[in-house]
Design a protein around this ligand. Structure first.
Ligand code: NAP
Length: 286
């Protein structure tokens, strides 16, 4: 059985390929797909087949998916352009006769009021309409979204607009391992998994960073507009600042809270505790 992985040059895709290999999938049955040859070449050491394809280039997608039995379709990163891009992936999977498409979506994508969920909702709809067998992995927020900013948090504290909204986080590695479990397992077709680990509010995250670092780290809650302006002031392009502020606003209303324990069930073990990830990330800074 050949398993193809798009977005293989990103950290999530790479984790997924490593998890597939760890589960015993032979390297010659894995096809890593990316749009950048230099980044693809960095996967050479894994021994998997490397194929170049761009979500903006339907022909390249059809060629890259030839012979794939299953596909891990990692959502793209070009927010605002993903509806046609993802439609092209769905069309190519259909044309190539892929037997199962496992798509990385967003929490409660079908009903979410978070702007970022719109393109995921459209992609889920495109997959349903295509008739291609699918699984939706509605991945919760990566804890790495926060740990990547630890130096800033230690220096300036946290700001956001998520109020007391609970945010269910998990490592990319855990979410990718769950994807590998679905890709190598049976009985998942048509299932929708809401995937998240333990939850925190941003004030709780700030308090834990303070406790673990011994530094004075506090969370300041801002209105959505003020948070967007602050992010712009920190150098983010206005559209990205607006998307992030909207995500926080939605999180304040529960959009990033994941109920149930789908992730633990797919992993067959407890989800990595976020506090452990924060502790390890702080240790790396020391
Ligand atoms: N749950 C969360 O907290 C969260 C946070 C951020 C993102 N995400 C979603 O999860 C996905 C995977 O996460 P990640 O951390 O690995 O993201 P990432 O580092 O942005 O990787 C995205 C991957 O998609 C590829 N890609 C983007 N546009 C493409 C195109 N037009 N054609 C072909 N490939 C394209 C990228 O290729 P290049 O390497 O060439 O750019 C890369 O391999 C993201 O793309 C995004 O949809 C989720």
């Amino acid at each position: 059985m050949t398993i193809a992985v798009t977005g293989a040059t990103g950290p999530f895709g790479r984790h997924a390929i490593e998890s597939l290999l760890a589960r015993g999938v032979p390297a010659d049955q894995i096809v890593a797909i990316g749009r950048d040859q230099a980044k693809l070449d960095q996967l050479h050491e894994l021994g998997v087949t490397l194929r170049l394809a761009d979500y903006d280039d339907p022909d390249s997608l059809r060629t890259a998916l030839t012979g794939a039995d299953r596909l891990l379709f990692v959502s793209g990163s070009e927010v605002g352009r993903r509806i046609p891009q993802h439609q092209a992936v769905v069309d190519a999977a259909q044309a190539a006769g892929v037997g199962l498409v496992v798509y990385t979506s967003a929490p409660k994508a079908d009903t979410s009021g978070m702007g970022l969920a719109e393109e995921h909702r459209a992609t889920e709809r495109a997959l349903i309409d295509s008739g291609v067998p699918y699984v939706f992995l509605r991945n919760g927020w990566y804890i790495e979204n926060y740990t990547a900013q630890l130096p800033v948090f230690l220096e300036h504290g946290l700001i956001g607009a998520a109020g007391d909204g609970l945010i269910s986080v998990a490592t990319r590695a855990d979410l990718a391992e769950a994807a590998a479990a679905v890709l190598t397992g049976d009985g998942h077709q048509g299932r929708v998994y809401e995937l998240g680990g333990q939850s925190f509010t941003l004030p709780v995250l700030a308090a834990e960073i303070a406790r673990l670092s011994g530094r004075d780290v506090k969370y300041t809650d801002l209105a959505e507009d003020a948070y967007a302006k602050a992010l712009e002031g920190a150098g983010l392009p206005a559209p990205m600042a607006a998307v992030l502020a909207d995500s926080d606003r939605a999180a304040s209303q529960g959009a990033l809270y994941v109920e149930g324990n789908d992730l633990e069930k797919l992993l067959g073990r407890p989800v990595t505790p976020w506090s452990d990830v924060v502790r390890a990330a702080l240790a790396q800074l020391a």
